[in-house]
Design a protein around this ligand. Structure first.
Ligand SMILES: Nc1ncnc2c1ncn2[C@@H]1O[C@H](COP(=O)(O)OP(=O)(O)OP(=O)(O)O)[C@@H](O)[C@H]1O
Ligand SMILES: [Mg+2]
Length: 493
């Protein structure tokens, strides 16, 4: 028994019972599974019901539905089924007609078992081959589709990255880059890929990539800081291997660390400034105490004066520390404010009262004016924070104004805002000085200010507090004439 034909289903359609039976026996002896039908119509119905026939032997001349018509119908139902025509009238025309309609070949009657089995075997082999070829093709198409999809997915992903990505092959050519990389390296944006690494025009990056694709280089990630224009990038380069570690190329990821770098610089500058600001008063306190304790002055008035100076400097230090703490909590967004709708006029008037003592020491007059007509509109404010803002501005107005002159605070309405203006007839500021006043630790350097104590934190603190209140601070100042600091806060509806 031919094991290859085991169970293969064959349909025999012939109106001659003897013929049908003869075929059936030959085929069954070979291991085929056989069904028979007594005419074209019955054959078609059987095929439609069962469908899983590999082959059909069809008599050409049958009532109801002719062999040629059946061939055509079966081919339409199943593009793979092997169709063989059995005919007593083997003419060229009928053969051509049958093959045109989808038959593989024909077997002339009468035939020996071998004359039946040979074309059947060949036809089935061919059918099998055709099916396998088609499956392979379909599989390949599906794979190609998958690859294309994977590729476009990978492309989408790398283009979404905020870091620059570029990939090179073994031939030192850039074969892939994302949008960010193209923006950073114009050579990559302007020419189609692949682009030679040399043309990218960034030797530091080229070196990293070339050493990553060097044969025998160990698979590791190399990192280096690289500057492109004004920006600094942390570049990580890693070889790309495939299968058994075969080198395919290298990938570079460029991360912009410019902001981080600036922050680092700012942080270390801030720390050294603080150290400097702390050291000065500490040194002064130490030397004053040493003079007194070392007995270098016996005059009790002088001794007292030196201790008072030391106390003053230590108070200054305390203010510095307090302001630094406020600044850092504000920076971390942890500054706890309790803002409620309130009338700020009494609070501003109190701030002026508190500053009067210091002003009196300099024979200065401090005034307070409320220019708001009718009831004062309320603003959302934190009382402590606003006390600190007015305190800082009034402190400056007194500090930076020569003895005997005037300063004050004025409240007025300005559209949807309530404006508090702290003015003075003081030394004023140049445009250059004005551009720095809100910077931490900034102090104008001149004859006058060198004799005035201060840390340069007051205004930066005040500005931030006002900004938390959705307000703003503006300055109008003329050197030698005076300054106006205006704090505007939005009025509550
Ligand atoms: N009303 C003013 N008139 C002239 N210059 C001023 C006035 N207010 C501030 N300045 C200048 O701006 C600088 C910064 O002021 P800021 O209040 O931040 O610091 P400070 O007064 O020096 O120290 P503190 O931290 O004790 O307030 C001052 O050193 C001074 O040079
Ligand atoms: Mg100040």
């Amino acid at each position: 028994m031919d094991s290859q034909s085991d169970g293969i289903r064959v349909l025999v359609v012939d109106d001659e019972p003897g013929m049908r039976e003869g075929c059936r026996r030959i085929l069954i002896a070979e291991g085929y599974a056989v069904e028979t039908a007594e005419d074209g119509m019955a054959g078609l119905e059987l095929f439609q019901q069962q469908r899983n026939f590999a082959a059909a032997l069809v008599d050409l001349k049958m009532p109801r539905l002719s062999g040629v018509e059946l061939v055509e119908a079966l081919r339409a139902l199943d593009s793979d089924v092997l169709l063989l025509v059995i005919t007593a009238y083997a003419t060229i025309e009928t053969a051509v007609e049958a093959t045109k309609r989808g038959a593989y070949g024909y077997i002339p009657k009468p035939f020996t078992p071998e004359e039946l089995l040979m074309p059947l075997r060949h036809g089935l082999e061919r059918r099998q081959l055709a099916i396998e070829t088609r499956q392979l093709r379909e599989e390949r198409e599906r794979r190609l589709l998958e690859v294309a999809f994977e590729r476009s997915k990978a492309k989408t992903i790398i283009n979404c990255m905020t870091d620059g990505v570029l990939v090179t092959n073994r031939e030192k050519q850039v074969v892939l880059r994302n949008v960010v990389a193209a923006r950073l390296l114009p050579a990559l944006a302007n020419s189609p890929l692949p682009v030679s690494l040399g043309a990218v025009g960034l030797p530091a990056l080229t070196d990293l990539l070339v050493s990553a694709i060097q044969p025998g280089s160990t698979p590791s990630i190399a990192s280096r800081e690289i500057t492109i224009g004004e920006s600094t990038f942390m570049v990580n380069v890693s070889p790309v291997t495939e299968g058994a570690g075969e080198m395919q190329g290298a990938v570079a990821v460029l991360r912009d660390i410019t902001a981080l770098k600036k922050l680092e610089v700012a942080k270390s500058m801030f720390v050294s400034l603080v150290a400097h600001e702390v050291k000065r008063p500490l040194a002064a306190i130490e030397s004053n105490l040493k003079v007194v304790l070392g007995g270098y002055t016996r005059d009790p008035d002088k001794q007292r004066h030196m201790i008072e100076r030391a106390l003053e400097r230590s108070k200054g230090l305390l203010t510095l520390v307090t302001e630094l703490r406020s600044l850092s909590t504000m920076e971390a967004g942890r500054y706890a404010l309790n803002r409620v709708p309130m009338d700020l006029v009494p609070l501003a008037a109190d701030a002026v009262e508190s500053a009067k003592e210091k002003a009196a020491e300099k024979q200065m007059t401090l005034s307070f004016e409320n220019k708001v007509a009718g009831t004062v509109p309320r603003v959302m404010a934190d009382a402590e924070a606003m006390k600190s803002v007015f305190g800082n501005l009034l402190d400056n107005a007194v500090k930076y104004t020569p003895d005997g002159r005037r300063a004050g605070l004025r409240v007025a309405r300005d559209g949807l805002f309530l404006r508090f203006t702290v003015w003075d007839e003081g030394i004023g500021m140049s445009a250059e000085e004005l551009s720095h006043v809100f910077e931490e630790f900034y102090r104008a350097q001149n004859e006058f200010t060198s004799r005035v104590p201060g840390t340069g934190l007051g205004l930066s603190l005040a500005k931030r507090l006002v900004e938390i209140h959705q307000g703003e601070v503006t300055i109008d100042s003329t050197p030698g004439k005076g300054s106006c600091f205006a704090v505007s806060l939005p009025i509550v509806e």
